[in-house]
Design a protein around this ligand. Sequence first.
Ligand SMILES: Cc1cc2nc3c(=O)[nH]c(=O)nc-3n(C[C@H](O)[C@H](O)[C@H](O)COP(=O)(O)O)c2cc1C
Length: 385
Amino acid sequence: MDLHSTFPGVMDLKWRAKRRIPKFVWDYLDSGTGVEATKARNRKALDRIGFDPSILHGAIETNLSTSLLGQEFPAPFGAAPIGMSGLIWPGAEALLARAAAQAGIPYSLSTVASRSPEEIAPSLGPHAWFQLYPPKDPEIRQDVLNRAREAGFSTLVLTVDVPVASRRERQTRSGLTQPPKLTPRLLAQIAMRPAWAFEMTQEIAREGMPRMRTLDKYVPKQLNLPPTAHIGYLLRTSPDMDYVKWLRDQWDGPFIIKGVMRAQDSELLERAGVDALWVSNHAGRQFDGAPSSIEVLPAIRAATRLPLIFDSGVESGLDILRAIASGADFVMMGRAFQFALAALGPQGPAHLIDVLKQDMIANMGQIGAASLAELPPIRTLSDLD
Ligand SMILES: Cc1cc2nc3c(=O)[nH]c(=O)nc-3n(C[C@H](O)[C@H](O)[C@H](O)COP(=O)(O)O)c2cc1C
């Protein structure tokens, strides 16, 4: 099958993913919180950013490469951390890590992923980022860092935009619990998705039920947890600046703070010795009163010299250009990579990477920019609605 003619854009992967995975899994992957206004705002605000088309610039040889934190990348994007991604597609973490390694782009493993750092180690490339949800217990904290370092993760990402659990009503409505409990309702949804059910049955036979395997060793066996207990939430804390400073001292590689949305936070973080800020509203999954990530990006750019990583709502090569021209040095994507996996299995991530690169090249041709450094200033487009 020629993937480019059947799945030319992220939307095609998204639609197929929705048809291939059970409804409760789709709702886990795609839902924002509240009435999902922030999620919609992310999209709308990106669509409002444009460039003046450039004409008569002759042929352009486009170069997508960039550098971040002293490392070179052939393209300015990578895969953001996703908790329990093994629920979205079995083996998601290894498939994504391998595709990212092959493409030379970063892959981030979540603390609450369904594979542990040790399990994923053989699939990692040189740009492996470990995302930390901050364990409360100092011994667990230290142990998780050691494990990540020993498994080959060079960069540490501390996520700070989950000070409390979010409500994510759509997900609750669809009957998903943590750990997932197979109710008749969920089983009925699974029965309608044979490809996913087939892969998942094999996964469960090999590996047991999908769970947060990094945390396995910290959960006392005798602890009788209620079926709705989220191990990740039980072990984590809401970090403060002391936590950031402590981590800075412990981690000798690049250290990134994920979930920055205010310019005034950048100065404190810069002083704490952080290496980069990750501007993100978590795809609108945490706080429905937040602005879109793209609209706060220029002010954060103006407030700091630190490199800026951006995410939330990116669905195309054009979106990547919009973020870079708005002040980002690098762009990460969460859901798009999961759509690709759910739509196409092992072939998905490499196809998505290709689609994004081709879309960047096509749009840079229209803009007349041969490299990311040549992107012109953005212009605000008029609203269509
Ligand atoms: C299903 C799902 C699970 C996520 N799990 C995590 C996580 O474990 N840790 C984290 O820092 N961010 C997590 N995120 C947020 C992503 O890393 C990223 O910030 C967000 O998805 C970017 O927006 P996008 O999906 O529109 O690209 C999750 C997002 C989704 C959709």
